[in-house]
Design a protein around this ligand. Structure first.
Ligand code: NAP
Length: 435
């Protein structure tokens, strides 16, 4: 028998659990830990609420979660309720699938002004993550600024731009839907330090901006390189740039019908936030030029109004006591998934915050191959029986997968018309629903 602990029940965690089941069948026991009483990590609290088709992948994780060898151990925070060293005593392999839940900072003057949020916080707010449910962004100003030109920026822009009707069928939480309904936003400026050829936005996601009921994308055609230059781009990026060209060609009368302008500000490097009465009011920007792919400041500085700012510039993993951490990269220090003997990482905790949900699948299968090489037939470790003893001694209030299913039923039952669920946004309500 092999005993495996996976820390984190998001895509990386469940693909790894699935791989362990495939590798060893009945000869493995896998415990999947999560600090929340609910599983699926980024699928629940990261993927945009209006992208329900992506969230459907959780059906696959559920199948794994319900298999004989795998169990969900929710409401247990590794590092607080149980240490990594303790897990290593009990399990043949401990695999960190903890993702990258923290915002990277811009480290700019004025970043402390109110109404500036990182995307982890802002996305967590509209997705009902208990840690961010009380964020209460002020949407009463006219100008929103989103920093970064990746897919997370697109999610945030779309959520800020949609009408209440356009959220039909989504599982955006009620507090966010109410706040967005009262939003006064008229411009959403997407600030990118490099140019159209360097965006990280993928075509399907970028294309959605064309179909918003009350918002229209603006691109200045003077920012676009000559069309012939697109030939060198890889096909996905070329499609995205073609969409930017389409945006630049939208006639003024079509723009005029829409209340919200989504403006692309390319070659724009944020320099400082300005504030009034403690709240952000403007963003100071330096114009850039691209040299060997890098943004270089030109010395030309200007300001844009900013009543709310969301930075979408990437994420960092959470360090855990005793686990080597690569500060610069913001993830665990690892050699292709190996951290220390018996300790591994997978997904964003291993490679940083890039790639789609599906990228985690080969990652999960890869780390199980390493573990298989390292642990052979396993050892005489106690695995889940040992953990259960420890949990009882510490009076940990463990949430099982069956418990989660009760929470899920309650969330489904509370859904507004057309929505799949109304999520509980605090841990106490989740626990109350299963008791
Ligand atoms: P990302 O794709 O890496 O984009 C980050 C953006 O932030 C880039 O435009 C980057 O510009 C900019 N940035 C970074 N540091 C900056 C700084 N100091 N100043 C100004 N700009 C800065 O990251 P992401 O949007 O957070 O997405 C993370 C991953 O999740 C990606 O792989 C993404 O595709 C995926 N995702 C997918 C979906 C979907 O498929 N629907 C949705 C959401 C997220 P530079 O390029 O100049 O560094």
């Amino acid at each position: 028998m092999r005993h495996i602990a996976i820390v984190g029940s998001g895509p990386a965690g469940y693909y790894t659990a699935e791989a362990a089941g495939k590798q060893w069948g009945e000869d493995v026991r896998v415990d999947v830990f999560d600090s929340l009483p609910v599983p699926y990590g980024l699928i629940r609290t990261g993927v945009a609420p209006d992208h329900q088709s992506i969230k459907k992948v959780s059906v696959r994780y559920e199948k794994t979660a319900l298999s004989e060898e795998v169990r969900f151990v929710g409401n247990v925070q590794v590092g607080r309720d149980v240490s990594i060293a303790e897990l290593q005593e009990l399990y043949d392999a401990v695999i960190l699938a903890t993702g990258a839940p923290h915002d990277r900072n811009l480290d700019l003057p004025g970043e402390e002004f109110a109404n500036i949020f990182g995307s982890a916080a802002f996305v967590g707010w509209y997705n009902g993550h208990p840690q961010f449910a009380n964020l209460a962004p002020d949407l009463s100003g006219r100008h929103a600024v989103v920093i970064g030109m990746g897919n997370v920026a697109l999610d945030v822009v779309r959520i800020l731009s949609k009408t209440e009707g356009e959220f039909a069928g989504s599982d955006i939480v009620a507090h966010a839907l109410d706040a967005l309904h009262g939003s006064e936003i008229e411009t959403v400026t997407i600030v990118g330090r490099r140019g159209p050829h360097q965006i990280m936005m993928t075509p399907k996601e970028l294309g959605e901006l064309m179909h918003l009921e009350r918002a229209s994308p603006y691109v200045d055609k003077n920012d676009l390189p000559p069309g012939a230059d697109d030939a060198i781009l890889e096909p996905g990026l070329r499609k995205s740039v073609t969409l930017l060209r389409d945006f630049a060609a939208i006639p003024e009368n079509i723009h005029g019908e829409k209340r919200i302008a989504i403006e692309f500000d390319f070659f724009a490097s944020p320099k400082a936030f300005k504030g009034k009465d403690g709240k952000v009011s403007a963003l100071e920007i330096e114009r850039t030029t691209i040299e060997k792919g890098r943004a270089v400041g030109t010395g030309e500085v200007y300001e844009i109004p900013a009543d709310i700012v969301v930075t979408c510039i990437g994420y960092r993993s959470s360090p855990i006591d005793g686990v080597p951490f690569d500060e610069r990269a913001g993830r665990f220090a690892n050699d292709d998934g190996r951290i220390l003997p018996g300790l591994y990482c997978v997904g964003w905790a291993k490679r940083g915050p890039t790639g789609t949900i599906g990228t985690n699948r080969p990652d999960g299968y890869g780390v199980i191959e390493l573990v298989a090489d390292d642990i052979g037939n396993g050892s005489r470790k106690r695995g889940r029986a040992g953990f259960d003893e420890l949990a009882e001694k510490r009076r940990l209030d463990i949430v099982t997968f069956r418990d989660w299913q009760k929470i899920e039923q309650a969330e489904n039952a509370a859904a507004r018309d057309g929505s799949p669920r109304e999520k509980f946004v605090d841990i106490e309500s989740m626990i109350a629903a299963l008791r």
